[in-house]
Write a protein that binds this ligand. Structure first.
Ligand code: AP5
Length: 211
C-alpha cells in the first residue's frame, strides 16, 4: 500500500498513521516528524526549517523534496509507505509524480476548523519518542508523562492559537487544492475525521478495504 494522508493540521493524520503502520507493516513518512528531529539535532535542514515551522508556514519545497527523496531510498519503503503531511503543495505533488513515486490512494481526513482548534489546544506530545496524546480524548496513564518512554510531555511550539490560525490558512491556500489534483487522477477518498478516534480509524480501514 502506497498511501497519502491529507488533511488540515490536527485532522488526525499522525493518529491514523500509527494504526495503519501496524496494520499494513509499512513505514510512516511524516515530514513534520523528520523536520522536528532535524531541528532538535541542529542539522542544516533543521536550522533552515525552524523559523518556518515556529510560524506555521511551510518549509520551502526544495528542502521537503530532498528529505523525502532520501527517506524513500531506505529499504523499509520497498513494500510501501504512508505519507503523513506530504505533499503539501502542488510543487511537491508534481515532484512525486516526476520521480515516479507510486501512490495508490490519497485519503483526505475531513474535519471542521472549530474541532481542529480544540484538538490542537489539547494536544500533548512526547519530545523523545514522538507519541501523541490529547488531554481529553487520548490521555496518558499518568498525567503529563509519556506511556511509551516515561518522558515529560510537551505542548508543541506551533500549537498556540495564532500559529494554529496561520497553519489552517496555509492549509486552505496551498494544500487543499491537492484534493482536486488527486481526484483528477482517480485516487482521492475521503473519511470523516471529526468522529471519535476509534470510529474514525474504523472508517479509514473500511474505506481502504482493510478488515
Ligand atoms: P506537521 O507535523 O505535519 O503538522 P500538521 O500537518 O499541522 O499536522 P499535525 O501533526 O498538527 O496534526 P495531525 O493531523 O497529525 O493530527 P494528530 O494525529 O497529531 O507539520 C508541522 C510543520 O512542519 C508545518 O507547519 C510546516 O512548517 C512543516 N512541514 C511539515 N511537512 C511539510 C511539507 N510537506 N511541506 C512544507 N512544510 C512542512 O492529532 C491532533 C490531536 O487530536 C492529538 O492530540 C490527537 O490525540 C487528537 N485526535 C486525533 N484524532 C482524533 C479524533 N478522531 N478525535 C478526537 N481527537 C483526536
Amino acid at each position: 500500500m502506497r498511501l497519502i494522508l491529507l488533511g488540515p493540521p490536527g485532522a488526525g493524520k499522525g493518529t491514523q498513521a500509527e494504526v495503519l503502520v501496524k496494520k499494513l507493516g509499512v513505514p510512516q513518512i511524516s515530514t513534520g516528524d523528520i523536520l522536528r528531529e532535524a531541528v532538535k539535532m541542529g542539522t542544516p535542514v533543521g536550522l533552515k526549517a525552524k523559523a518556518y515551522m515556529d510560524a506555521g508556514d511551510l518549509v520551502p519545497d526544495d528542502v521537503i523534496i530532498g528529505i523525502v527523496k532520501e527517506r524513500l531510498e531506505r529499504q523499509d519503503c520497498q513494500a510501501g509507505y504512508i505519507f503523513d503531511g506530504m505533499p503539501r503543495t502542488l510543487v511537491q505533488a508534481k515532484a512525486l509524480d516526476e520521480q515516479q513515486v507510486a501512490v495508490d490512494v490519497v485519503l483526505s481526513l475531513e474535519v471542521a476548523d472549530e474541532v481542529i482548534i480544540s484538538r490542537l489546544g489539547g494536544r500533548r506530545s512526547c519530545p523523545d519518542c514522538g507519541a501523541v496524546y490529547h488531554i481529553v480524548t487520548k490521555s496518558p496513564a499518568v498525567d503529563g508523562i509519556c506511556d511509551v518512554c516515561g518522558k515529560d510531555l510537551i505542548i508543541r511550539v506551533d500549537d498556540n492559537t495564532e500559529t494554529i490560525k496561520n497553519r489552517l490558512q496555509t492549509y486552505y491556500e496551498q494544500t487543499e487544492p491537492l484534493k482536486e489534483y488527486y481526484k483528477a487522477q482517480g485516487k482521492l477518498k475521503t473519511v470523516d475525521g471529526s468522529l471519535e478516534i476509534t470510529e474514525s480509524v474504523a472508517e479509514t480501514l473500511r474505506v481502504l478495504g482493510i478488515v
